[in-house]
Design a protein around this ligand. Structure first.
Ligand SMILES: [Ca+2]
Ligand SMILES: [Ca+2]
Length: 326
């Protein structure tokens, strides 16, 4: 028991260090004036290179556009590129458009969206390009359909590429892709979330809102820095007809709107009476002996080690926590 307590102390210490590191990272993410640019070829096996060429932060400048920031990122990472007469990137590090076939070339997404207009249209000056944006320049062999740019396809569903990040997010996070309507996300304290949610069809925009779905507003760009507390609701809209889309040329889609509630829990509070004590250990043991079942909030509170499953280790972790703080 003494040994366990020591282990727990060192675990708490490492967690504290980790949490303070995460908090620092969050603050940095909100204040540093950079975007992330990734260049990848996941579609053309016969190319001179495959996979991710690089993923790097690049500083934003006042006169930047999506086009200029991609070009600077490629230069700063010491790769050669060429630009076509039409102003778009035609080759990177020796991988050129049409090298795969007549439908091959480079396409850029901005926060998981294949922009409705060319890359020069999105600028710092007009707000189309902002700090924290995530840009992916990717090679397609099929006019974009192999990288999620589906022209003429009106599916506005979210894909399984979904994750919620925050320093106080507890286990069993809501998964929009599988639930498709309403669920809960558990936090252990008021927190700032990053919701990463990519649609199946990245020709449609995804926008994020807190407590009220107001599609006429831009919302939380890229799902970042959403300040949440107990009782809040996060809305995720995909493909609202008023939002720009390449697909508007081929028809109008019905939007999809997802939402999840935010609920604050006390870790270890398995019986959900607002505090963690020996009764919770008993409750968890009864669950492990299959006398009772746990709902999703109880499950999140019980998963002390955050590994996604409830085992005897979680019961031990509650016991250790009680011993430590008694
Ligand atoms: Ca309790
Ligand atoms: Ca567990």
């Amino acid at each position: 028991m003494k040994k366990d307590a020591k282990k727990l102390t060192s675990l708490i210490l490492s967690l504290t260090l980790l949490l303070s590191a995460l908090c620092t990272a969050n603050v940095a993410a909100q204040t540093d004036n950079t975007v992330t640019v990734t260049v990848q070829n996941l579609t053309f096996d016969g190319a001179p290179w495959t996979g991710e060429l690089f993923s790097a932060k690049v500083g934003l400048q006042e006169n930047d556009s999506l086009e200029s920031v991609i070009e600077r990122a490629v230069s700063e990472n010491n790769y050669a590129f060429t630009v076509s007469n039409f102003g778009y990137i035609s080759s990177v590090n020796g991988l050129a458009e049409f090298a795969a076939n007549g439908s091959g070339g480079w396409m850029a997404s901005l926060n998981d969206w294949f922009t409705a207009d060319g890359t020069s249209a999105y600028t710092v000056a007009n707000g189309g390009l902002q700090a924290g944006d995530e840009i992916v320049l990717q090679y397609t062999c099929a006019w974009g359909s192999d990288v999620g740019s589906l022209y003429g396809d009106f599916n506005t569903a979210l894909s399984t590429d979904f994750a919620v990040e925050g320093s106080a997010v507890a286990g069993f996070a809501f998964n929009a892709a599988s639930t498709a309507d309403e669920g809960a996300l558990y936090i252990t304290a008021p927190d700032t979330l990053t919701v990463h949610a990519a649609p199946v069809n990245k020709n449609y925009q995804t926008r994020f809102y807190l407590n009220e779905y107001t599609p006429e507003a831009e919302g939380y760009r890229g799902g970042k820095n959403i300040p949440v507390k107990d009782g809040d609701t996060v809305y995720i809209g995909v493909g609202n007809p008023a939002w720009p889309s390449m697909n508007s040329w081929s028809g109008i889609a019905d939007e999809s709107v997802y939402r999840f509630k935010v609920e604050q829990i006390v870790m270890g509070d398995v019986n959900r009476d607002g505090k963690c004590n020996v009764d919770d250990v008993t409750e968890l043991q009864r669950y492990l002996a299959e006398f009772i079942t746990l709902d999703s909030a109880q499950t999140a509170a019980a998963d002390m080690d955050g590994n996604g499953i409830i085992t005897i280790s979680d019961a031990t972790a509650i016991q250790c926590a009680l011993a430590e703080f008694a």
